[in-house]
Design a protein around this ligand. Sequence first.
Ligand SMILES: *Cc1c(COP(=O)(O)O)cnc(C)c1O
Length: 424
Amino acid sequence: MSQKLETRTVHAGTAPDPVSKARITPISQTASFVFDDMDHASRLFNLEEFGNIYSRIGNPTNAVLEAKVADLEGGVMGLGVGSGHAAQLVVFHTLMEPGCEIVAANKLYGGSLNQLSEAFRKMSWTTRFVDADDPANVAAAITDKTRAVFIESLANPGGVVLDIAAIAKVAHDAGLPLIVDNTMATPALCRPIEHGADIVVHSTTKFLNGHGNSIGGVIVDSGNTDWVRTGKYPTLTEPNPSYHGMVFAEALGELGFIVACRALGLRDLGPALAPMNAFLTLTGMETLALRMERHCDNALALAKWLKSHPKVSWVSYAGMADDPYHGLCQTYLGGKGGGVFTFGLKGGYDAGAKLVSSVELFSFLANIGDTRSLIIHPASSTHRQLDDEARAAAGAGPDVVRVSVGIEHIDDIIADLAQALDKV
Ligand SMILES: *Cc1c(COP(=O)(O)O)cnc(C)c1O
């Protein structure tokens, strides 16, 4: 860990392939792996030895990505899964029994709001959504059924930065882990574990991959949680019938949670990461630090320009010195606001719909974190499924436009929005 982040984004987890001597991580495009003998097979199946069995459970290309993200986040181990949503699902599946609850910030990625309300209901789980700007609201929503607190370090789409350390304290005082979705900030701007987070989840689809060419997710565990203390996590602290009565938290110590995510969550739910996608993400991640710098510089310049535009009513970008979240942005994100922000159009819903149809350089689509500049009108797309109140709470009201500012030249980015705003 003595090396700087820029160096680790290139080198962490990767070494020349010991068999072929290939410098770049090979794509292990295989479903399964041969056993040396019966003894080897039984050691792998008993989790007495870590190794490859079947690519639903683990794959050598994925393992390199897991090691890289875990290193950048400062965790004990990572787990690659098929998408950001799969990362969340596997974490919750490991921590929750039917009837359990989580407390979550109400300003989250729209897809997460759906997962935590609709998909949760079908598992008999409940999310209590709170305005986490005030950590006291998190504390007030915790019950004896709560098993975790869930927030985003930099909320998509609102550009909201939460007080991670204060919320971690609230969670820990109640004996609960804090889970932080660090997708928008990336470890280049924020390392939640340093501020008390216990588990970090990523959609690698966004800035980690950075090129919009594959879906993926990673879970990183800090290894800091004492799962045994509260008795609230039977998956980790009670004998597991599918592993000969093994108790994960006892047998594996600080690796108990992340190994259970793999050996139970990934094995039984099945959202495996394709090794090709892990390879593309590894390639993209080598330039993470460089790209984030440009994304942030461009986003700040664009946010300032939009703020003085006559058709724009407000701009929410935590990287601007006069933004209400700038203080927390300095504490947790090094003062950088990331590549994504929202702004409001005086013309409301119709103006938003017209703007996203009038861009030329920007792509009108539902993604963030690409090298290309991207734009969307959340009320008519990503946040369409929510009712008006939930949309407003999530920072996706009718006048809101979200941009993911790419790494093109800033003059061209501004010129495109200037011509599109002229048509509104
Ligand atoms: C996109 C996104 C997700 C979901 O990730 P997928 O890879 O699309 O499943 C979760 N959280 C945030 C903040 C996101 O931006």
